[in-house]
Design a protein around this ligand. Sequence first.
Ligand SMILES: Nc1ncnc2c1ncn2[C@@H]1O[C@H](COP(=O)(O)OP(=O)(O)OP(=O)(O)O)[C@@H](O)[C@H]1O
Ligand SMILES: [Mg+2]
Length: 354
Amino acid sequence: MRQILGDSLPIKNLIAMIHKVAGNKTNILVIGESGTGKELVARMIHDAGPMKGKPFVPVNCGAIPETLIESEMFGHKKGSFTGAISDKVGLFEAASGGTLFLDEVGELPLSMQVKMLRSLQEKTIRRVGANEDIKVDVRIIAATNRDLEAGVKAGTFREDLYYRLNVILIKTPPLRERHGDIEILANAFLKKFAERQKKELIGLTPEVLEIFRTHAWPGNVRELENTIERAVTLETGTMISIGVLPPAVTVAFDGGARSNFTSVEITAGQNKLSSILPSVQGPGSMKEIRLPLPDFKNGPMNLDEVLAEVERQYLKHALEYTGGVKKKAADLLGMTFRSIRYRLAKLGMDTNEE
Ligand SMILES: Nc1ncnc2c1ncn2[C@@H]1O[C@H](COP(=O)(O)OP(=O)(O)OP(=O)(O)O)[C@@H](O)[C@H]1O
Ligand SMILES: [Mg+2]
């Protein structure tokens, strides 16, 4: 069975939360970046509770054309519109007794949001073209990678529906905030794909692991999974090596192979940093940070996220140097113990006390 892998604090909290909420039928909203495991979480909640064995019906709210969505959700009666050649059961009824997973719920058209709200409140649905309501007993788990609160403010998402769905909020953490899980996930995916492709692969080289720990993983676990699948296919040796990684993953290490990026090297002698840093290793070293400069014609970026990533790398480097002793790492970085603790916690890098 699929399971949520990882032993970082955010993942432990996530799993504890899943077990806490699985036992009842309250609505749940799962938010998180693409590829962080929202659907996996929804399935785990379903499987961990009394609805196990009952239907789990996923529906991608963004993929159904607006004209069809009501009949898809609620079903229809024969002859209720052109093309309705027979009675049809909707997804709500199909999920009866189980879970309806409303994926990308932020994409629901406003007209449908009203009807959805009514169904959730009354626990009934009405098929298109029918005169009577049908009782339905389903648990709703909704998911989104968009900021629904912003949608509410902008008027594209109904506030009342938002509060109906958001009885319990679960956040799936991005992979870059739980670096410790990367190796666990990478090895699990390696095992899976090596078995599937009948290949003798025993692990990942240390350089690959180093790259994995420093990559930002914008596509999160899905990106890691795809990266490993590709690597398993291409690798001819017994360990996954750098040569079989896609350019998007190695970009920080090869000076920005991605065509829409130029990179700036932050190395001694080239800029102000040479007077700030005690010493900088030469170019090509693994312990160097090269930052891609975005091409703004491809859209906006978030400077705070980039700076957080730089901060993370420096903290990690210092902690490695001190063998994980935070007080010493704080001294090396010119900050107080309180400050390093605060920063580590904020960046999701908190380990045990030291
Ligand atoms: N913690 C985890 N352990 C193991 N596998 C995971 C984990 N998180 C995600 N995955 C796997 O990563 C892939 C993406 O997960 P999933 O489809 O649930 O993400 P999502 O948040 O729904 O993404 P999207 O927003 O793009 O739909 C799946 O194959 C899933 O099984
Ligand atoms: Mg999904």
